[in-house]
Design a protein around this ligand. Sequence first.
Ligand code: SAM
Ligand code: DTB
Ligand code: SF4
Length: 336
Amino acid sequence: MSLPAHAESPATLPHGVVLRHDWTLAEVRSLHDLPLLELLYRAQTVHRASFGEHRVQLCSLLSIKTGGCPEDCAYCPQAARHHTGVAADKLLTETDVLEAATRARAAGATRFCMGAAWREVKDGPQFEQVLGMVRGVRALGMEACCTLGMLTESQAHRLAEAGLTAYNHNLDTSAEFYGEIISTRTYQDRLRTLRHVRAAGINVCSGGILGMGESVEDRCGMLLTLANQPTHPESVPINALVAVPGTPLEHQRPVEPVEMVRVIATARLLMPLAMVRLSAGRLSMSREAQLLCMMAGANSLFFGEKLLTTDNPEYADDMALLAAAGVKPLEPYAGR
Ligand code: SAM
Ligand code: DTB
Ligand code: SF4
């Protein structure tokens, strides 16, 4: 199955799938709060109409530059000011990254995501090194995604020239709650980078985290902001907070799986063609909860024993889960 080409799609697609960019918060909230089985039914219906058979894209994640980040994101184990035991490392070499990408491809990954604990990209040798990594991953026939912090317009263009498929830059939560979580940058900074990514012709990957103390209204507000962009993000990662000791959020109550299911289903209804990625936090979810997230419209997972710095389910367990449920992984696809 190939992914639908959907940038600048018409408002109504085959099978009655409608793309809207004028949602109101009340509408989003009323979808989110539907009786659970009704919500699941609607999300499944839209998912089927958009994608046909349910496939799951396997993505691999690598921290190419770990720790020592100057930002103060309250959830993040890589912020230098949080004492989490994550050491600050240097940028990995292109050779090491491409070895990891080759292993990920052999294990079934069709997308390789590279994360750096940077506030923003700085022009210079390190950025050139990342561009080399992007070219190398694309040459392996995989989608390449990067998450490197804030980007200027010209940096986004350079990444596009290198063949970058997608740029991950999460809104994380609502504009209203953002200041409770991060003080070293603004929501507007985040939206600006997303505009630079879009303008350069790179696919947008943007989502958020549940379980940071935000309200349901904040979750709906974040989804509303994403869905009301002039073009929907092609990719929407939904993370459950991994509460890392040493971060200000270490004592947060874990998010209920059903809250993940509601947000994923709402994302599916608002952004019918997006890849919705069940991202961090799977280690604390049962197999059944993960399957329910897939039923709600999640069609991508990060696999491999580590996310960036925290643990993720064992590869064999994930493969066993997908096999037992008869969920087929997405085959590699050509092009962006
Ligand atoms: N520094 C870049 C940035 O902030 O955009 C890229 C790396 S950052 C680690 C990527 C994303 O990981 C964050 O936007 C956040 O959504 C997610 N993340 C970080 N720590 C997390 C945690 N403890 N639990 C869940 N998601 C987390
Ligand atoms: C995203 O939304 N989740 C991934 C990916 N984008 C880069 C990162 C999750 C990181 C979880 C915390 C860690 O492992 O350090
Ligand atoms: Fe730095 Fe990104 Fe972590 Fe924030 S989320 S502290 S910007 S690595």
